[in-house]
Design a binder for this molecule. Structure first.
Ligand code: C2E
Ligand code: MG
Ligand code: MG
Ligand code: MG
Length: 281
């Protein structure tokens, strides 16, 4: 009886695993089709200097202009793309497109940096990472204009191979930032050992800041720690003037959030932030 029950259970389990694998495979193929048919686009969100409130950088954020589902955000397909490996093709697309767009921004007079997200999965393959340098160089963008945003999980002690690649990228001139800081594994000793130049405070901390003095003290502690390690601090998810002013007061160097602009297409960014506008200020 125990054996029969065991078999029944595993049969059920295999069934749902198979269903999941099939739905992942469908999405994987759909992403490949979407890439071939030019359905993916990169939008740009402003990052401003806290003191002057001027545009100093943009973050590239992937979007899928799906023929039936409309504009789809990365939360709906990146996790599966990471699992099936198609994240590498998406990552190459984002890098190539955003470097090209950065050249257009520079031609339009925007003297800014570009931040690009990378999944930890993309660091598994050395050739993928080395190929990024070729993509950057071919675009004509200076390597030191770029910051790659990685998550704390990449810094875990068991990721020696990834760490070598991060050091190599940084030695080649590419900047590194820790995204969603405070959300995961954050060992200060570990952070100190890495060639990271920036942390981005996760938006949950920024959003809770108005709620209590304790929450504010928490953000202050994160900023102080970053300063002690000589890291730049970017606050994410800034939605109000009050948040912007508080974060500036606490010593954040850069601010990003809907208060300064949502992620937008290249043309809109140039239209809103191009020097034709700012030079007449
Ligand atoms: P992230 O890197 O932390 O990017 C910031 C996310 O917060 C973006 O969501 C952005 O639209 C959103 N956001 C910015 N300001 C505000 C605000 O004031 N309020 C609120 N509520 N949200 C704000 P998005 O574009 O949906 O991207 C989600 C995540 O998907 C990103 O989080 C990033 O981890 C990942 N992602 C996006 N593009 C790429 C990519 O090209 N490659 C990889 N590997 N991951 C990407
Ligand atoms: Mg990011
Ligand atoms: Mg992120
Ligand atoms: Mg983030």
């Amino acid at each position: 009886a125990a054996k029969a029950a065991g078999r029944g259970t595993s049969h059920f389990f295999n069934d749902s695993l198979r269903q999941q694998a099939e739905s992942h495979l469908r999405l994987h193929n759909e992403i490949k089709r979407g890439l071939a048919e030019n359905e993916f686009a990169v939008h740009y969100q402003p990052i401003v200097d806290a003191a002057s409130r001027r545009l100093v950088a943009v973050e590239a954020l992937l979007r899928w202009r799906h023929p039936r589902r409309g504009l789809v955000g990365p939360g709906h397909f990146i996790p599966v793309a990471e699992r099936t490996g198609v994240i590498r093709a998406l990552g190459d697309f984002v890098l190539r497109q955003s470097c090209r767009d950065l050249v257009a921004m520079q031609r339009a007079g925007l003297d800014i940096r570009l931040a690009i997200n990378r999944s930890s999965r993309e660091f598994n393959d050395r050739r993928t990472v080395m190929n990024w340098l070729e993509i950057i160089d071919e675009s004509g963008v200076a390597r030191d204009r770029l910051t790659l945003e990685i998550t704390e999980s990449v810094l875990m002690p068991d990721k020696a191979r990834q760490h070598r690649l991060l050091r190599r990228l940084n030695a080649e001139g590419v900047g590194l930032a820790i995204d969603d800081f405070g959300q995961g594994y954050s060992s200060v000793t570990y952070l100190k050992k890495f060639p990271v130049s920036q942390i981005k405070i996760d938006r949950v901390f920024v959003q809770d800041m108005g709620e209590s003095p304790e929450q504010r003290a928490l953000v202050e502690a994160l900023v102080k720690m970053a300063q002690a390690l000589h890291l730049q601090v970017v606050a994410e998810g800034v939605e109000t003037t009050e948040q912007a002013d508080q974060l500036t007061g606490l010593g954040c160097q850069m601010l990003q959030g809907f208060h300064f602009g949502r992620p937008m297409p290249l043309a809109e960014l140039i239209e809103r932030f191009g020097p034709a506008r700012s030079s007449r200020e």
